[in-house]
Design a protein around this ligand. Sequence first.
Ligand code: SF4
Ligand code: SF4
Length: 431
Amino acid sequence: MKMTAQTSEWKKIALDVGIQNIISDDFAKKHAMIYQGQKNRPKAMAYFDQAALNTFKARGVEELIEHKKNGSKIVGTFCTFVPDEIIIAAGAIPIRLSAGTELSIADAEIILPREICPMIKSFAGLILAKSSPYFELVDFLVGETTCDGKKKVWELLQQYIPVHVMELPQKKVLTARNLWAREVFLLKEKMEIETGNKITAESLTRATQIVMAKRNALQRLANLRKSSLLPISGKDASLVYQVAFLDDIRRFTSKVEILCDELEKRIKESEGVVDSSAPRIMITGCPMVMPDWKLHHIIETSGAVVVCDDTCSGARCHIDPASASDWSADPSDVATQIKALADWYLNIPCPCFTPGYCEVLQATQMAKDHKVDGVIYYVLQFCHGFNIEYYKFEKHFNDLGIPIFKVQSDYSSEDTGQLQTRIAAFLEIIC
Ligand code: SF4
Ligand code: SF4
């Protein structure tokens, strides 16, 4: 293999460049097949295409290497509950490292059982095989006690990479709220020790404004997808959400605003990406991270269109951004701010909590707002929380008269043909 400046830089961070190149090529191949064939895409998607292609490869990683050289700490996270605000307030950079490639799963299965969800095996395999530059660059990971798979995997991964584990409660009662606020305080202390920077009310307010600007931009994008004339495909919108996990937050926010300006213009000029008679689908369930693009692609090549994503790789990342301004407005007291921040985070719907009703309520509201014709509920193989919770969703949406259908899958392409047939049959019921 020819040694480029980039590969020599990456060798310094102990990356297995050979495996990393195989994963990058797979990304590029899938991206070309799934994204480039779409007609009439918004011009502003060019930025997100490039950012996706750079995942594992270029600018994003080189930027992080520069930040590290300048003394910044990089923190890997895996769950919507981990507050980016605390990490940014300490002058560090959060990156979300959940993974969606099947190519690292065999490496994970050397130490993990086969019967756990592919997302966990995917990121664990990247760590074990040293095949992702991100894991070689992070100073430490922040894990959480959400599902059993993640709770236990941190214990194993501690041998390979430092992990700070936040204890997420399982209920949303008052004692649980106090416990979670304490955990957010502990993260603040951890960040202060790691960076040597004190988190003040002012730095936390600034960080909150940065994160809120991103949430507001994503909320704006979600609102534009309510239009009866859809200005962006579900695949493209999903790619934007996925890029959010890794991109520089300020640049990402400005690019989403530029995209939204273009989409608003398209709506005014009646320029849609699909026929307005195409069935409107909501996806809910497990998060989808790059390059897990299979489901959106199958739906949108079967004549329907995805108009909203009620997932942690979708709207669950920007629930109710306006309410965060209540606590970010008073920068006088960091302790009060952190308590309110922790409380705000506990509104995120997640099946790891019991009882879990707010997920169904949020999904219902979203389905109504986006005038959906049907709901596809996505379950990653061996994810018991989302799988069991489907019962509630099915009953609820059946009562509302909105057809719902569960898809259980993994990161391989083996079930593509079968899924195409099942989704086509579901769409026939809707039409
Ligand atoms: S579904 Fe739950 S555990 Fe998964 S990322 Fe979202 S909040 Fe975290
Ligand atoms: S998809 Fe389910 S099993 Fe996998 S990490 Fe998320 S909550 Fe855990």
